[in-house]
Design a protein around this ligand. Structure first.
Ligand code: ADP
Ligand code: GLC
Length: 487
């Protein structure tokens, strides 16, 4: 039996089924939290070839969902899963989604990304028709699903089915906009009226995220600080104009992400060799020892701080700044562990440095969920020198795992870390993306680390931080209600 959802989240990734970063984590937690708060919620996401089912059964609902894109209609398969009582729908079409990586290869984005996600969005509309009832709220996330608010905006004018649906558009990362040739606009299903500077047109190109921002009933960014930063030319990625317009209309909100402590809690983490908690931290030392042995790091590090970095090896994450200061850092009695993948040049540089600083610098290139957990647990200090950070989840996990972060004062990092020397400090923060400032901030953290008693209190404060999804979910629900959604 399929239940028509009141809130339908559309997303290009959802943990545990698919994930390349924080969006996957958010979609694995927020909808379910809302569902548990008593609102019938569902998620719709692509059926990728390498879907991790996590032992959950997927059921084929139909092989014949006709999607009017491109013309003539082609078919999508729809699968569904019961995810802890919440329905998750998967849109399948192997030529689009059966690929090892979701969005790109090492050589760049897939040439047909516009077609793939337009197809996905159009299939979401068909899915809703097939429910027989339109969702009260359709919530899109990032550019891949940003066409939906625009499609619904124009449909509401002539299609009663969609008349009462409210749309929300969440920006997880403004730098990725889904910008394509104007040629592709013609077949996406939007009317000509959408092609203007207040709509999807952007310097002569078709900009999907801009369309979502322009036509959604509410636009949200994933932290209050980021929702302010994106109004400036420095962080607005060229969309600050339309974002300011939405802000003036009172339609732009900043709602902080939560951390999913069902997945990220050292007291119960299934990936760790030993668990630990505020009451008993012994397991953290065992995790550290395991990491040291597994990665052939020097035994002496057991009594010295290990600095961890987990993230996409991209400029956004400031990995270049870490590379820049590593030679100086390595003069100190510390260990550094890096997990990430991305830019090939950064990967090569890190490998090269690992040779040079054998035993104290360990680099793991790849995307490895279990290792991410172990590094969080084994680290004493977590490095997050992001140039911008819409929210950032890894620093929230680091806090819970007792690894005070050293982070740039940007976006969600500002909203989640209390910087030293505040008496309530949970981490360290530097004001600008300068390697020198990053270096000084790490030096400060290392100095504080030497004061073992102070440090232990700081670790305890960090571990006591609680970024629950339930308070974020309530904020989204209140926002939907303000839009007139009857939930
Ligand atoms: P972003 O979404 O910008 O990449 P977030 O901090 O919001 O940053 O979320 C990143 C998520 O991806 C976290 O769950 C983190 O553990 C995970 N992650 C990032 N890089 C890797 C990697 N190389 N291997 C495993 N997990 C990773
Ligand atoms: C994006 C952002 C990150 C955020 C995540 C989830 O990937 O880069 O800061 O935490 O989305 O919202």
């Amino acid at each position: 039996m399929i239940r028509p959802p009141k809130v339908l989240f559309a997303t290009s990734e959802m943990y545990p089924f698919s994930k390349t970063g924080g969006l996957g984590d958010v979609m694995g937690a927020l909808p379910l939290t809302m569902h548990r708060q008593g609102i019938e919620t569902a998620v719709v996401t692509p059926f990728y070839g390498r879907l991790a089912t996590g032992g959950i059964n997927l059921r084929l609902v139909t092989e014949n969902c006709h999607v009017g894109y491109p013309w003539p209609p082609i078919t999508a398969e729809i699968y569904m899963a019961d995810y802890y009582g919440m329905q998750v729908f998967f849109i399948g079409r192997s030529e689009y989604f059966d690929r090892r990586l979701y969005y790109n290869t090492h050589h760049g984005d897939y040439f047909d990304n516009c077609e793939r996600y337009t197809f996905f969005c159009r299939a979401v509309l068909e899915l809703a028709l097939w429910f027989g009832e339109a969702p009260v709220v359709l919530h899109s996330n990032d550019w891949q699903t940003a066409l939906l608010p625009a499609l619904i905006h124009f449909r509401r004018g002539w299609d009663n089915f969609w008349r009462n649906t409210r749309t929300a558009m969440t920006i997880h990362n403004l730098a990725f906009q889904g910008r394509f040739s104007s040629r592709l606009f013609e077949s996406c299903g939007l009317p000509r009226d959408a092609w203007n500077m207040d709509g999807v047109e952007y310097y002569g190109d078709f900009n999907m995220l801009k369309g979502g921002i322009a036509y959604a009933d509410a636009v949200t960014a994933v932290s209050p600080s980021y929702s302010r930063e994106i109004l400036t030319p420095e962080f607005g990625c060229g969309l600050e104009g339309i974002l300011n317009k939405r802000a003036r209309d009172g339609r732009l909100f900043g709602i902080l992400n939560g951390a999913d402590y069902d997945v990220w809690d050292p007291a119960e983490d299934k990936y760790l060799p030993a668990n630990y908690s505020l009451e008993n931290l012994e397991g953290k030392a065992i995790c550290k020892k395991t990491l040291i042995h597994h990665f052939f790091m020097s035994d002496q590090l057991e009594d010295r701080p290990i600095l961890g970095f987990i993230g996409r090896l991209r400029q956004q994450k400031g990995i270049d700044m870490l590379i820049d200061i590593l030679p100086r850092l390595m003069e100190k009695e510390i260990g550094v562990m890096v997990l990430g993948e991305g830019n090939l040049e950064f990967e090569a540089k890190l490998w090269e440095m690992m040779e040079e600083y054998q035993g104290r610098l360990s680099v793991h290139v790849g995307y490895t969920e279990d290792l991410a957990h172990l590094i969080q647990a084994a680290s004493d200090i977590f490095l997050m020198p992001s140039r911008y950070e819409p929210c950032g989840l890894t620093q929230m996990y680091a806090l819970r795992f007792g690894a005070p972060p050293v982070a740039t004062a940007r976006g969600g990092l500002i909203d989640t870390i209390i910087p030293y020397p505040d008496p309530q400090a949970t981490g360290f923060m530097f004001p600008d993306s300068e390697p020198e400032l990053f270096y000084e901030s790490i030096c400060e953290a290392l100095e504080v680390w030497e004061d073992r008693e102070y440090w232990s209190n700081m670790v305890r404060r960090a571990m006591s931080q609680n970024f629950t999804w339930s308070s974020s979910a309530q904020k989204y629900i209140a926002m939907y209600q303000d839009l007139g959604a009857e939930l």
